[in-house]
Design a protein around this ligand. Structure first.
Ligand SMILES: Cc1cc2nc3c(=O)[nH]c(=O)nc-3n(C[C@H](O)[C@H](O)[C@H](O)COP(=O)(O)OP(=O)(O)OC[C@H]3O[C@@H](n4cnc5c(N)ncnc54)[C@H](O)[C@@H]3O)c2cc1C
Length: 386
């Protein structure tokens, strides 16, 4: 018998899982998620740092975060699965007046969007939060106590489990190989398990999204960019609990991960491409930045074989692309999160479900996130990129 589905979701990462959850929550039962790997989470979701923050610079990103963080805070109750949301905060540390002015301006924008708990903090207050920081050059910062961390794998599994309880299907080990378009509309998805007749396909293919869009003849400006994370061995010279700390001088940031510390830095020399191997030379680069801001980290032990790399899914303006393709009706995008797909997954699932089922989102005005913005020159610049 020929397979049919009301909606086919390509990709079973955190975003595909959230879209499945939100569609089934709204009563859409014929949802089929197609994932090429044998397990969920083998794309970027399983590589993520799990950071969630409302401290962004554009209204749409602040709105996405505000809804999503509130959702994470109730996730266990609502979804029936742990999100492991830890509101330990994000602390941005500025070492120049220019950076401090930028944080102050962002704080006002965040407050205008209803995020009113971002505090301006002095050097002395920063020293109280993390006494081990070198602060001789610090001029201040901002701290938001409801920012923090989640467990991306657990969130993904929770979304998918609830979606399946409500009737969604998940095909693992199945690759989407083509999207059939008839008279400008989606007609079917072709997979290694056969053809699925459908009028709606949602592209949730993460860093691989441009290739999936091309299957339908659509252009999607999403590029893979490697990101590397380095965990230290057990380290007790930093507090058990402290926020994500961002050194704005270098972009180096870190947080506690179990007994050790998880170190992150955006290497400006990285070039786009599907590179998922960890480069051992990165260890020295990041440890230099780490020891400069947190002198005790000079004594941290690192085993490079425990470090890893994954892919950010970058767009030209570092904002997600969410909405229907203007060229192919029935093809929806939930792509290009530029490194924020975990934290924005709840809002994305809701916006996509509403757009498919009602023709428009009520959560927020999603029009600025449409792919049309690139052709029309309406780019959104997010400067608070980590
Ligand atoms: C090192 C690192 C740190 C990060 N830290 C953070 C953070 O702190 N906070 C945050 O919010 N975000 C972070 N991110 C970004 C975040 O991980 C991603 O934005 C998010 O996981 C994207 O989810 P996704 O479901 O869209 O993509 P993915 O998890 O990549 O899922 C896409 C899925 O699509 C499948 N797929 C692709 N093509 C096909 C096909 N043809 N057929 C079938 N299946 C297909 C893939 O196998 C994959 O499972 C980080 C990313 C990295 C790499």
């Amino acid at each position: 018998m020929a397979e049919t589905a009301e909606v086919v979701i390509i990709g079973g990462g955190i975003v595909g899982s959230s879209v499945a959850y939100h569609l089934t929550e709204r009563g859409c039962r014929e949802v089929l998620v197609v994932e090429r790997e044998a397990h969920q989470g083998k794309g970027s979701t399983g590589k993520s740092m799990g950071g969630v923050r409302a401290q962004f610079s554009t209204p749409v990103n602040v709105q996405m975060s505000r809804y999503s963080i509130d959702f994470f805070s109730k996730f266990d109750e609502v979804v029936g699965y742990p999100a492991d949301y830890r509101p330990h905060g994000y602390l941005f540390v500025a070492t120049s007046e220019r950076h401090l002015d930028y944080l102050k301006a962002n704080r006002e924008r965040q407050a205008a969007m209803g995020v009113t708990n971002v505090a301006l903090v002095s050097r002395e207050e920063i020293e109280e939060i993390v006494p081990q920081l070198r602060t001789d050059d610090v001029v201040g910062g901002t701290f938001c106590p409801t920012d923090g961390f989640v467990d991306p794998h657990s969130v993904m599994m929770g979304f998918m489990r609830r979606a399946r309880e409500r009737g969604a299907r998940l095909w693992l080990d199945t690759r989407v190989t083509g999207i059939e378009v008839e008279s400008g509309r989606v007609a079917a998805a072709e997979t290694t398990r056969g053809r699925i007749a459908t009028g709606v396909v949602v592209n949730c293919a993460g860093a691989w999204a441009a290739g999936v869009a091309a299957m339908a003849g659509a252009e999607l400006p999403v590029e893979p960019l490697r990101r590397q994370l380095v965990p230290t061995e057990p380290f007790d010279r930093l507090p058990q609990r402290f926020p994500m700390v961002i050194d704005m001088t270098t972009g180096f940031h870190f947080r506690r991960e179990g007994l050790g510390i998880l170190l992150a830095w955006n290497d400006p020399e990285e070039t786009p491409g599907f590179k998922t191997d960890f480069d051992p030379a990165f260890v020295e680069k990041i440890l230099t930045r780490a020891a400069s801001r947190v002198p005790v980290l000079a004594d941290a032990q690192v085993n490079a074989s425990r470090a890893w790399a994954g892919l950010y899914e970058m767009t030209p303006d570092h904002h997600a692309i969410i909405g229907q393709s203007p060229d192919v009706r029935g093809l929806y995008f939930a792509n290009g999160f530029s490194g924020h797909g975990v934290m924005h997954s709840p809002a994305t699932g809701r916006v996509v479900a509403e757009t498919i089922l009602d023709g428009r989102a009520t959560l927020l005005d999603a029009a600025p996130l449409g792919v049309e913005r690139f052709a029309e020159g309406r780019l959104l610049e997010e400067t608070a990129l980590l």
